[in-house]
Design a protein around this ligand. Structure first.
Ligand code: S3P
Length: 165
């Protein structure tokens, strides 16, 4: 079984994914960590040095590999749904959950996080609103279930996911 979490950066994919895996006694992998393992440097460093396209190529390769070979919980980078091939692969191979957070909620969580290259801009809030507008339909297309992250805590979100299985 492959359970996949998609959503904006800062929507809680990694935190919820880890707890979900623990709860179900399944292995957990985060696609950004798998990429970093392969590169030997941080996503941010690679993204800044090589540009977004190169990063997306590598991300697609790693996702293809994980879709074939990983059983358990997979938390994905926020931009993994940008390429149609990734949307198809994730939808086909996994039960996909979209952790849907408002841009305001994400901004509150990520305000002090220096490791999100896409948010290192003059107006990160406007950037998040743009990302949401563009990506919300893509997350919905990829996912089988939408989980609104608004008020519930991590444990309740895990329960909501488990209830759908
Ligand atoms: C990105 C999100 C990041 C990481 C990269 C690009 C994006 O992952 O893959 O910085 O395009 O939204 P998180 O969603 O884990 O922050």
């Amino acid at each position: 079984m492959l359970l996949v979490l998609v959503g904006l950066p800062g929507s809680g994919k990694t935190t919820v994914g880890r707890q979900l895996a623990r709860r179900l006694h399944l292995p957990f992998v985060d696609s950004d960590h798998a990429i970093e393992h392969r590169l030997g440097c941080s996503v941010r460093e690679y993204f800044e040095r090589e540009g977004e396209d190169r990063f997306r190529d590598l991300e697609s390769e790693v996702l293809a590999d994980l879709c074939q070979n990983h059983q358990g919980v997979l938390s994905t980078g926020g931009g993994s749904v940008l390429r149609p091939i990734n949307r198809e692969r994730l939808h086909q191979h996994g039960h996909v959950f979209y952790l849907r957070s408002s841009p305001e909620e994400v901004f509150r969580r990520l305000r002090n996080d220096q490791n999100r290259p896409l948010l290192q801009v003059a107006d990160p809030q406007a950037r998040l609103r743009e990302l949401m507008e563009k990506r919300d339909p893509l997350y919905r297309e990829t996912a089988h279930y939408v989980i609104e992250t608004g008020r519930p805590n991590v444990a309740s979100l895990v329960n909501m996911i488990v209830a759908q299985l």
